[in-house]
Ligand binder design. Structure first.
Ligand SMILES: [Zn+2]
Length: 442
């Protein structure tokens, strides 16, 4: 993923501390290496830059299975808002740990979180996991049906985010960055939107917002604010190169052009979109020069926090939508989850490719499974046949988080047990009722 997109057939990488010190042919690097260099033999494996998930709700991990086969309003009002409003900071930390384990097992070394309510819980989890993360808080200063405990003024919503920035930005040896979050135009006043962007500019970070997700949203914006979502954001003057817009399903061609003109970054979440949102014009955006990346969304919207599966879906659904098998080629999709994602997260000087001086965020792929062999066209295989199970080892900042499928940074078994108990307790506190799909025999 360097500027020339070189792939070494027999390559080697020298890691020094948290950075990549050399990249080249294996024979040459091995010969040059001093005797105290620790050698890791990856013969037969593939080494990729760490994958970057640009939209994942880590604090929704315990809500996996709470949102299946229901309308969006039921999803929000009867399932997810009650769930999120009953979460404690500790719940949020363990939920983020569980999500982080799934991310690491799927080759993700960096993610962007659009925001739950407890940034401290998420920050704690990122610190423990050794992964890289951009955190934000979900802000809402208006909207119908919100739980009472979330009532806050525009100023309060801004103050909490500034406090989060001051507490978390640059923490965990620089692996955490704090951004500003906007939930959706349904829940954000124009004042909050404009002032959030001003703060992000002032602190030199980004804004993460769900944009043009569903048809009702653009209709709501048209009626209440006088223009559809993206056109309205453009009128407010908040579109810019530090604006990460998620979903972006209901957009006109003119609005796509507004994104291109303002260098807005997009996170495409194909699984979540196919459920209730619709089909985003992703190939058209890329054609217009928009930087498009891929995210998983949250566990109650997708159920698989597996970026590798989203790569495959991104490859498939646009071919089907456009009846064009040449749409979304595999090499573009690999760029979307590495170098393009790094650019979208304003972090391309340090991550997104295997290059000298960049952070040692690396993923080892073992292709020797019945699901991935043979490797006639390896780049295509990475997108169309790879599974999380092919991810063998994951390194962030020069440290193995997972080695030969063993998680080294946290006690995985304990997190799984604690997750079961906490998730069940939240659902009980929130009074969420799920229908029995089949007759239960006790
Ligand atoms: Zn989302």
């Amino acid at each position: 993923m360097d500027s020339e997109r070189r792939q070494y057939r027999n390559g080697a990488v020298l890691v020094d501390g948290d950075r990549i010190a050399k990249v080249g042919r294996s024979a040459e690097l091995v010969e040059e290496a001093s005797s105290d260099v620790e050698m890791v033999d990856l013969r037969g494996r593939w080494l990729l830059p760490g994958l970057i998930n640009t939209h994942v709700h880590t604090s929704q991990q315990f809500a996996r299975g709470l949102g299946d086969d229901v309308s969006l309003l039921t999803w929000l009002h009867e399932r997810i808002w009650p769930y999120e409003s009953e979460m404690t900071e500790e719940d949020s930390a363990v939920s983020s740990l569980l999500c982080g384990l799934e991310l690491i097992r799927g080759g993700v070394t960096c993610f962007a979180e659009p925001g739950g309510q407890h940034v401290n819980g998420m920050g704690q989890a990122v610190t423990e996991l050794g992964i890289r993360g951009i955190l934000a808080r979900s802000t809402m200063d208006m909207g119908e049906g919100l739980p009472a405990k979330w009532n806050e003024s525009t100023q309060e919503a801004l103050d909490v985010q500034i406090a989060n920035y001051e507490r978390w930005h640059g923490r965990a040896e620089g692996r955490i960055r704090a951004w500003f979050g906007l939930r959706t135009i349904f829940n954000n006043s124009d004042a909050l939107i404009v002032r959030t962007k001003e703060l992000a500019d002032k602190y030199d970070v980004g804004v993460h917002m769900h944009v043009a997700e569903i048809k009702e949203e653009v209709e709501f914006a048209q009626e209440g604010r006088g223009a559809t979502t993206v056109a309205h954001l453009n009128n407010l003057g908040v579109l810019g190169s530090n604006f990460l817009a998620v979903h972006c399903v209901w957009m006109t061609d003119d609005e796509v052009q507004m994104f291109a003109d303002n260098d807005v970054k997009v996170s495409h979440n194909p699984a979540a979109a196919m459920r209730v949102l619709g089909f985003a014009k992703i190939p058209e955006m890329i054609e217009s020069g928009v930087c498009v990346t891929i995210g998983t969304d949250g566990a109650p919207s997708n159920n698989r926090m597996t970026l590798i599966d989203e790569m495959w879906l991104t490859s498939l659904i646009h071919k089907g939508r456009l009846l064009d098998p040449t749409a979304m080629p595999a090499q573009k999709i690999l760029e979307m989850v590495t170098c393009d994602a790094a650019r979208a997260l304003l972090w391309e000087d340090e991550i997104g490719s295997i290059e000298i001086g960049k952070k040692a965020d690396l993923v080892v792929i073992d292709p020797d499974t019945p699901t991935m062999l043979p490797m006639h066209d390896p780049i295509a295989n990475m997108v169309t046949s790879m599974r999380s199970q092919n991810v063998e080892s994951v390194m962030v900042d020069g440290r193995w988080l997972m080695l030969e499928r063993e998680i080294l940074v946290v006690n995985e078994a304990e997190i799984l047990e604690e997750s079961k108990a906490r998730a069940a307790a939240i659902v009980q506190r929130a009074g969420i009722e799920l229908p029995n799909r089949f007759k239960v025999v006790d």
